[in-house]
Design a protein around this ligand. Structure first.
Ligand SMILES: [Zn+2]
Length: 694
């Protein structure tokens, strides 16, 4: 798709959709370690975004993906670490032309005479998790993940169990030195880990990178200790002195200090042809490597030139990631099944004649949804091209036989859930079809129970994934209400292996402690589509009692316009929420589960206690780093003070609270003449209001 002839409105629209989609996939990839799309597809989204931004520079959004590195870290049990020197990402190239253009750009920037050689280092780009290791006086004092590039997670305790990472460095190293590199897992170790996880019903990882990330980011470092993680160094961050004048010299020094570095690290002087030849050689060696790589990283060797070139937005001008294309193969589609996911989403899956792609035998391929099948004109028996990149689930690129006649075309049935027979529906404007069975659908039940007890929902401690799976298998947990009936099974639980008096009593006590749960949490816990934490609170602020919500949702579903408009008039509630609530209560199974649950628990009347404050009724935006509280805490304070916390600055913003590192939002607020304060100013507003309360 080109940007030519694209109207400004269309471009703005597409940029908005791209920002949303990329943020969504960033979150899945970085914060949840469970990507939905291949790396190649992700790269395509990012490139399209860059293309549009280049053609319409005045439309670049404040939340543009090009301004971010990775994803802001999720609410995490690990502590946070602010990087002294930001952890950057790299610009990508996919063709020899782009590599040549990068070299030419640097030459122009440095104003180098024709014939002046440009030494470039090249190393394979390992598919791992970026990590920064801070050494002070030769001792490892802090290890942190990349996070959003500015703030990462503290994994000091976790990396203590990675043998590749020295706890101390030889005498004579700079007083402060941050080594940067990748924590990764070798392919074989990944396969073994997934096999072991499968055995115990644990979480399976999509690829070695996700396995490494999931293993490193553990609250309990003893879990990390059991995972065979490795590390290699490829750069540095803050440093009181840099031991060398070139990239190659410093990398050699890192190796002397005891850090593994890429065995394929080389220094090349010869221009784009030589780089591309090296890239091809590494590509050929790729299947035989013990670890996954997704490309080759080039860096300008001379550090004084790196300094001069500096950075653009989020990436250095002096480095480039040359990525491998996705790997492809041809095969036959032997069948199309429908799988039911956690949220009831029906996903068609193609069963393939087994085929080797990039060293892995592939037998299944995701077909995403009905529209994708239609787009490919796919039928059983078709010959297709599939591709996989970075070990993510393979996908169909092209149907080679779509125009060939076929006697009968058996269409997969998207009208009913194959697991529970409930009606399956697509919302208006959505391609995904979902099972409306909700809590009675066996495919969704255990995952929904997990959601029900999760931290942001009912927050029942001690009822983890494994316990839920075990009790579910025994038939003790059919629906959420059964959780509250577990106390009748005390002796049965005790008879299970691994349970002692104390652990059973702790679990039962944790459950009893949630007999009168917060109504908004309870509503969120039900996992109704579109009803997230915030929506649940918005709804409860209006209704105060759950039965009142149900009555109105049912009326709206039955076509009562007055009821529907009362619902959509609630701040933050749109038609999709109203429809989702209506669908939920329309299924008799859900009503049975709901009534059963409300017989076990009695949430008190929901009231948000707000105190009088000078920001009551106003919209507040927080930006930059907050020193004394988390962003969530700040938002909760705003809510308590009767203010609304928004994510972006607009004409509707009344107050911007800006911590250090506040960027575009601060600028925009200044342009719009919005009142701005710092964290201390905000604390004073809070103190004033709460002081008035007592
Ligand atoms: Zn179902």
């Amino acid at each position: 798709m080109s940007t030519e002839g694209l109207s400004e409105a269309d471009a703005a629209n597409e940029l908005m959709r791209l920002a949303k989609a990329i943020a969504h996939h960033d979150r899945l990839y970085h914060a949840e370690d469970s990507p939905e799309i291949t790396d190649a597809e992700y790269d395509a989204l990012v490139r399209r975004n860059a293309e549009l931004e280049a053609a319409f520079p005045h439309l670049v959004r404040a939340d543009s993906p090009s301004r971010k590195v990775g994803h802001a870290i999720a609410a995490s049990p690990l502590g946070k670490v602010t990087h002294e020197v930001r952890m950057m990402s790299l610009d990508n190239a996919f063709s020899p032309e782009e590599v040549a253009e990068w070299l030419a750009r640097m030459r122009r920037f440095l104003n180098l005479p024709e014939g002046e050689p440009l030494a470039i280092t090249a190393e394979d780009k390992i598919d791992g998790l970026s990590c920064s290791l801070r050494y002070e006086n030769g001792v490892l004092v802090r290890a942190a993940t990349r996070g959003d590039g500015q703030v990462g997670e503290d994994v000091t305790a976790n990396v203590a169990h990675i043998p590749d990472i020295p706890q101390s460095l030889p005498a004579g190293v700079p007083a402060v030195f941050e080594v940067r590199g990748e924590v990764y897992m070798e392919k074989q170790a990944f396969t073994a880990l997934n096999a072991a996880q499968h055995e115990v019903g644990g979480k399976l990882f999509a690829n070695p990178r996700n396995a490494a990330a999931g293993s490193l980011r553990q609250k309990d470092a003893s879990v990390t200790a059991k995972r065979p993680l490795r590390f290699w160094a490829h750069g540095w961050g803050a440093a009181s002195a840099v031991p060398g004048a070139t990239q190659a010299e410093v990398v050699a020094k890192l190796r002397d200090w005891g850090f593994p570095v890429s065995p394929l690290f080389v220094r090349l002087v010869g221009g784009a042809d030589e780089l591309v030849a090296h890239f091809d050689a590494i590509g050929a060696a790729r299947p035989g490597l013990a670890y996954d790589i997704d490309g080759v990283v080039y860096k300008l060797d001379r550090l004084d030139w790196q300094e001069r070139l500096g950075f653009v937005a989020k990436a250095p001008r002096w480095a480039l990631a040359h990525k491998f294309p996705a790997e492809r193969a041809e095969t036959i589609v032997q069948g199309i099944d429908i799988q039911v996911g956690r949220t009831g989403k029906l996903t068609p899956v193609g069963r393939l004649a087994p085929v080797l792609v990039g060293g892995v035998t592939v037998t299944n391929v995701t077909l995403h949804n009905r529209d994708e099948i239609a787009r490919l004109g796919l039928r059983v028996g078709d010959r297709v091209v599939i591709q996989r990149a970075g070990d993510v689930i393979p996908q169909v690129v092209e149907n080679l036989t779509r125009d060939e006649p076929r006697l009968e075309a058996v269409e997969p049935d998207f009208t009913k859930c194959p697991e529970c027979d409930s009606e399956a529906v697509a919302e208006e404007g959505e391609v995904d079809v979902r099972c409306t069975g909700g809590l009675i659908c066996p495919a969704q039940r255990t995952q929904r129970l997990e959601h029900f007890v999760s931290r942001k929902a009912l927050d029942i401690e001690g009822l983890g994934e494994k316990t839920i799976a075990q009790f579910f298998a025994l038939g003790w947990l059919e629906s959420p209400a059964d959780i509250y009936r577990l106390r009748r099974r005390r002796s049965e639980i005790l008879s299970l292996e691994g349970w002692q008096e104390k652990s059973v009593d702790n679990l039962l006590a944790a459950i009893e402690a949630k007999r009168a749960p917060d109504a908004a949490r309870l509503l969120f816990a039900l996992g109704i589509r579109h009803v997230g934490e915030v929506t649940a609170r918005d709804l409860m602020k209006h209704f105060h009692e759950l039965p009142a919500l149900r009555t109105l949702a049912e009326r709206a579903h039955a076509g009562d316009m007055e009821a529907a408009s009362e619902l959509t008039a609630i701040d933050g509630i749109g038609p999709s929420v109203v429809e989702a609530l209506g669908d939920f209560f329309h299924e008799p199974h859900n009503v049975a589960v709901w009534e059963d649950l409300l017989a076990e628990v009695s949430p008190p009347r929901y009231e948000v206690k707000t105190v009088a404050s000078r920001v009551a009724g106003k919209t507040v935006v927080f930006t930059g780093k907050l020193e004394t509280m988390s962003r969530d805490e700040a938002k909760a304070q705003a809510e308590r003070l009767g203010a609304k916390a928004a994510g972006s600055v607009s004409a509707k913003t009344d107050l911007l609270v800006a911590g250090p590192g506040a960027g575009s939002k601060l600028k925009k607020a200044a342009e719009l003449g919005i009142e701005t304060t710092d964290e201390a100013g905000w604390a004073a507003i809070v103190a004033e209001a709460l002081g008035g309360e007592g």
